[in-house]
Design a protein around this ligand. Structure first.
Ligand code: BTN
Length: 235
């Protein structure tokens, strides 16, 4: 494992993707600020005194979605050490009740095959005031714990847990099903060019989710599903 610490950088994901040839697997880039922090679907990731890091993985990568579920589960377990119960909102958010505490951005560099995967994590630790116009309401660890979080200490805990889980955790699907934010929620999604509505049943071993519609059970992979009712938003 190799740690690279920055005060300011454009984006830890961009940095590791641009420099993956120089570094070996499990190189971690962590920064206090990002000038061009990125979220999923081309969104910006804005953060103040929070934990921002990316992990470079260069092993043979067969199933990137497994990596993103595993890191989410490792972070969930570390949060439990702080007495915080969180749930995983497939595919990549970690929630405390209905508020997002952590986002994960998984990116790959592909030249014929997957050369590397970069896992970017933005974990709200010490921010307490969030803009009111956020798409999904946000929260932070400090809001729940009422003390300042030592970002470096938390980083080491997460990396150690994930390093272990990445190679040895074969139970992460079961774990996530126990802490599955979407379970039982009504969602709509596009299937064969038709909008369907149904209730989320579970996360499957291949990383897809099962949704029960009025006349069928449909498995869907990563993609756009929309939570209905109070949870109306696009994942
Ligand atoms: C999301 O929920 O949209 C994913 C957010 C991921 C943000 C992290 S912060 C560290 C890393 N560098 C980036 O530019 N993005 C990820």
């Amino acid at each position: 494992m190799k740690y690279l610490f920055f005060d300011t950088i454009t984006s830890t994901n961009t940095y590791l993707k641009d420099n993956y040839k120089k570094f070996s697997t499990f190189t971690i880039a962590c920064t206090k600020h990002q000038s061009e922090g990125r979220g999923r679907m081309g969104r910006k990731w804005i953060s103040y005194d929070d934990l921002l890091f990316s992990i470079l993985i260069k092993d043979d990568i067969i199933n990137p979605s497994e990596i993103s579920l595993k890191i989410a589960n490792s972070i969930r377990k570390v949060l439990l050490e702080y007495n915080i119960t969180s749930t995983i909102k497939w595919p990549n958010d970690i929630m405390i009740k209905d508020n997002k505490v952590c986002g994960i951005l998984l990116e790959a560099v592909t030249v014929n095959k997957i050369e590397c995967v970069v896992i970017g994590v933005g974990l709200n630790t010490n921010t307490t005031d969030f803009p009111s116009d956020l798409r999904v309401k946000a929260t932070s660890l400090k809001k729940h714990l009422n003390f300042d979080i030592d970002n470096k200490e938390l980083l080491y805990k997460i990396i150690n847990k994930f390093y272990d889980d990445y190679y040895n955790d074969n139970d992460y699907i079961n774990d996530i099903n126990k802490y599955f934010y979407l379970k039982g929620k009504e969602v709509s999604f596009l299937f064969n060019n038709k909008t369907e509505t149904g209730k989320v049943l579970r996360l499957n071993n291949d990383g897809s989710i099962s949704i029960e519609t009025s006349n069928n059970i449909i498995n869907i992979n990563y993609g756009e599903i929309t939570l209905n009712n109070v949870y109306k938003e696009t994942l």
